[in-house]
Design a protein around this ligand. Structure first.
Ligand code: CA
Length: 227
């Protein structure tokens, strides 16, 4: 059971989908326009989004939520525009799945549940503008993918999962490279340097990776970064 936000301007479609979802045990929030949908996003676990809305194209709404606070919210697009070109466009702009109208409610439910299962399994860490997909080992900063090596990703993810905690270079070597790795503290320094460069850090005021003099490194805690 999930909270589903249904963004659809046609009352008949909205009613049919809502009844089907409620029968399946889901809670449904309805919005007939993008404007009305926006404030409901924070309660939604998944969004069913119509392509043609009265106030804004569904794809534009999708782009706004992806670039905003909802990069990982599962979105299933519902649309009468069934051409392959449109489908590809929707998916490439951040939709997780796509269903052409008219559709069978059984198919809608099956796809919705598959998306929810997938979303539940994905572990994505969000630290301000930085997103780390721990399963796919993908990093994203301000909406742009960061080309990190495996070790760089692991080091960043290790620290980002424990913001505020200081780790010595030796501890980081052991945690990230493993106890058998024959590295030196310099290995850690080099990786931090590379990471900072890729993150576009200001060496005097790093947003993410702080040096704690005489001790080691830490991921900057949330409260100080936001301020
Ligand atoms: Ca419509």
């Amino acid at each position: 059971m999930a909270t589903v936000l249904l963004v659809e301007d046609e009352p008949a479609v909205r009613l049919g989908v809502r009844l089907a979802l409620e029968r399946a045990g889901h809670k449904v929030l309805e919005a007939p326009s993008a404007t009305e949908a926006w404030p409901l996003l924070k309660e939604a676990e998944i969004v069913l989004l119509d392509w043609m809305l009265p106030d804004e194209p569904g794809l534009r709404f999708l782009e706004r939520l992806r670039q905003g606070a909802y990069p990982d919210l599962p979105v299933l697009m519902l649309t009468a525009r069934a051409e392959v070109r449109d489908r590809v466009e929707g998916l490439s702009r951040g939709a997780d799945d796509y269903l052409a109208k008219p559709f069978a409610t059984e198919e809608l439910l099956a796809r919705l549940e598959a998306l929810l299962r997938r979303a539940g399994k994905r572990k994505v860490l969000k630290r301000g503008p930085l997103l780390l997909d721990l399963e796919r080992m993908e990093a994203n900063l301000e909406g742009k993918p960061l080309p990190l090596t495996r070790r760089e990703f692991e080091l960043l993810a290790f620290l980002a999962q424990r913001p505020g905690r200081v780790y010595t270079r030796e501890e980081l070597l052991e945690a990230v490279w493993g106890p058998d790795y024959l590295g030196t503290p310099r290995t850690v320094d080099q990786h931090v340097l590379q990471l900072r460069e890729k993150l576009g850090e200001d060496p005097k005021a790093p947003r993410f990776l702080e040096t704690v003099r005489g001790l080691g490194y830490r991921f900057r805690p949330e409260d100080r970064r936001e301020g």
